[in-house]
Design a protein around this ligand. Structure first.
Ligand code: PRP
Length: 223
């Protein structure tokens, strides 16, 4: 929801200065926001990264991880909810044995981006002490979430701690976090699909899409 609030705030800034998510929904035409059937790709959706390109890139990332972590096991820690689909595909593309954990974080806390506050709503179920760990994100934006989680996990003494993200938006970075495995560097556009949402919709789109009409669609897959 925090990403959705950011998008709605940006879209309405000119005419509705200071409005939040609720007032935006009250004022805007729902037709322009939530297409009845988003599987048929509403006019406001533009494919940024098609599913077949994602599949190839995920396989490349999995091969890199295999080279770095064989014989394993490695803990993949997915950050709910957005990372669930990337994590599922990445884990199955890997040959290295993987153990899967999830962490939940509060979007309410991350609404306060100036304070950098992040609240854990669901912690790990196991100890990661002495294990190789990869934090799996769908997108790194400001870096606030990742900075917080890396500090938290480092205190638990893993053998190694790395980060994999499907998408990276370096233009938006507020915290200097290091990301080891990057699927695609993307422009500063609001993206949905392949796990990413707008107000909880669009997560199950197979492609990564941009919401909006006049959008920058340049994408870079780092080597
Ligand atoms: C997204 C994404 C990351 C975080 C990145 O979560 O999944 O966890 O934002 O943003 P940051 O780099 O600015 O901290 P979101 O709030 O959209 O929650 P969700 O994954 O449940 O959709």
């Amino acid at each position: 929801m925090s990403r959705a609030c950011l998008l709605s705030a940006a879209r309405t800034a000119a005419s509705h200065a200071g409005s939040g998510c609720s007032s935006f929904f009250a004022r805007a035409s729902l037709k322009t926001l939530l297409p009845v059937s988003y599987y048929s790709y509403d006019m406001s959706l533009r494919v940024l990264i098609p599913a077949d390109q994602i599949r190839v890139r995920v396989q490349e990332l999995a091969a890199q991880i295999d080279r770095d972590f064989t014989p394993g096991p490695v803990y993949l820690i997915g950050i709910l909810k957005g990372a669930c689909i990337f994590l599922a595909d990445l884990a199955r593309a890997m040959k290295t044995p993987a153990r899967i954990e999830f962490v939940g974080i509060s979007s309410y806390g991350r609404g306060k981006t100036s304070s950098g506050e992040v609240q854990v709503t669901k912690d790990l179920d196991v100890s990661i002490e002495g294990f190789d760990v990869i934090v799996v994100e769908d997108i790194v934006d400001s870096g606030i979430t990742l900075e917080y989680l890396l500090k938290l996990f480092a205190q638990r003494r893993p053998k190694s701690l790395r980060v994999a993200t499907l998408l990276d938006k370096p233009e938006r970075r507020q915290r200097p976090v290091h990301v080891d495995y990057v699927g695609f560097r993307i422009p500063d556009e609001f993206v949905v699909g392949y796990g990413l949402d707008y107000a909880e919709d669009y997560r199950n789109l197979p492609d990564v899409c941009v919401l909006g009409r006049d959008v920058d669609t340049s994408v870079d897959a780092p080597s």
